[in-house]
Design a protein around this ligand. Structure first.
Ligand SMILES: *Cc1c(COP(=O)(O)O)cnc(C)c1O
Length: 356
């Protein structure tokens, strides 16, 4: 929901936007300075190959820049991978609940998508995923840390999935939240590379780096053949000059990003503990959001929150209609959310007492 609609619906100016996993800290001041620099030259076409950005990314992650493809958000890379790797009738494996595009883009190519549900305790069903990988789907889309749930794959689970991946399967590990993962989380890229599997690791500047509005994400591919195929499936001038400039400046200020992530981690633990104290069961999160069964139709909770100027995400996937995903905001935004949640809970137990 955009801010104008939220203002209209709530009659309030001070909207807490906790539905899109944006960074409430904004972005590095170096990004804003770079965007204001005339060297940006908006009147020129930007480099279609994103040469400088790919070189900087290659250096940062210790990979060959030729295996990196930059996209208009990692969303564009999900579409490009689907176009490059799928034909009608091809099999795709993913999970549910999930990031919608992992299903929508393959379906747009006529693929048939199998979705493995999360376990009762809000984790990945590794046994079921292993069995499904034995069918050799053309592409396996998986986010870890997992949007919307928050759970991250541990080392042995990721290794099991990689061992179960057959030669004909492209393993797409969407690491949009990798910067928010626990300190002891496995290095997904290193494990992918060790495995010998065909893979793409998807990363983005939208979340921890705070550049969601500029649209820049990238694919790190197992080899140049896959990178060329993905690149051929995107539009030539997909990443605009402002996005390339901003991403380079953001990469040059890792300290800003790490400090921002540090604040979110503290708040994430605080919000999770407060939810648990209220009797909810939030999944252990390694992202910048929390996911939990709110006990009623999540659309009702989202509507009640919106009246108070708080935008959260009601999860509407089949079987998960009682779940909400709430972005971890600033301390003040999180307090607002928790205060409203407590008062709604008190009002509903009041009603129950009077009805009973
Ligand atoms: C936010 C998100 C993205 C999209 O990132 P963009 O780079 O903004 O397109 C991709 N995958 C997952 C799992 C996300 O949560």
């Amino acid at each position: 929901m955009n801010i104008a609609l939220a203002r209209k619906a709530s009659g309030r100016d001070d909207i807490a936007r906790l539905a899109s996993n944006e960074n409430p800290d904004g972005c590095s001041p170096r990004v804003l300075a770079a965007l204001a620099d005339p060297a940006l030259e908006p009147w020129r076409y930007a480099d279609p190959a994103c040469t400088a950005l790919r070189a900087a990314l290659g250096e940062t992650f210790g990979v060959d820049a030729e295996t990196i493809v930059v996209g208009n958000g990692s969303e564009e890379m999900i579409a490009a991978i689907s176009r490059a790797a799928l034909v009608p009738g091809a099999g795709v494996l993913t999970v549910v609940p999930s990031f919608g595009l992992h299903e929508i883009e393959p379906m747009a190519q006529g693929a048939s998508v199998t979705k493995i549900a999360m376990t009762e305790d809000l984790g990945f069903d590794i046994d079921a995923l292993e069995r499904a990988l034995a069918d050799e789907p053309a592409v396996f889309f998986l986010s870890s840390p997992w949007n919307p749930v928050g759970t991250g794959l541990d080392r042995s689970s990721l290794q099991r999935l990689l061992r179960a991946t057959r030669q004909g399967t492209l393993f797409v590990l969407d690491e949009a939240y990798v910067e928010y993962a626990d300190e002891d989380a496995p290095d997904g890229l290193a494990l992918l590379r060790e495995s010998g599997a065909s893979f793409v690791s998807l990363r983005t500047f939208s979340k921890a780096f705070g550049l969601a509005g500029l649209r820049v994400g990238y694919a790190i591919c197992s080899d140049t053949r896959i990178a060329r195929a993905v690149s051929a499936a995107k539009t030539p001038f997909n990443v605009n000059a402002a996005a390339q400039t901003a991403a380079l400046a953001a990469l040059g200020d890792m300290d800003w990003m790490r400090e921002s992530v540090g604040r979110r981690r503290i708040e994430r633990e605080r919000v999770s503990a407060a939810l648990t104290a209220l009797g909810f069961r939030p999944a252990p999160s390694q992202t910048n959001s929390v996911f939990f069964d709110c006990g009623t139709d999540s659309a009702d909770l989202a509507a009640a929150m919106l009246k108070q100027g708080i935008v959260i995400k009601a999860w509407r996937e089949m079987g998960y209609e009682r779940f909400v995903r709430v972005t971890i905001g600033t301390e003040a935004e999180n307090d607002r959310f928790l205060t409203v949640l407590r008062s709604l809970q008190a009002a509903s137990s009041d009603r129950e007492t009077h009805a009973g």
